[in-house]
Design a protein. Structure first.
Length: 54
C-alpha cells in the first residue's frame, strides 16, 4: 500500500507508545483505511487501530 500524506500526518499525531516510525505508519494506515493489523507486538494494542495478536 502506498503511503499518503494523510498517513504520515496521522502517524505524527499518534501517542508515542511505539518508537518505530514504520510501525507508526502501519498503525495510521490501519486506522484510516479500516484495516486490521496482525502482529505479535503487544504495543500495537495501545493504539485505536484494529489489532489481532497472533
Amino acid at each position: 500500500m502506498a503511503i499518503t500524506s494523510d498517513h504520515t500526518y496521522a502517524a505524527g499525531d499518534l501517542p508515542n507508545h511505539h518508537r518505530d516510525p514504520f510501525d507508526r505508519i502501519l498503525i495510521a494506515q490501519a486506522m484510516l483505511e479500516g484495516l486490521t493489523i496482525l502482529t505479535q507486538d503487544a504495543i500495537f494494542k495501545k493504539y485505536p487501530a484494529p489489532v489481532l495478536n497472533i
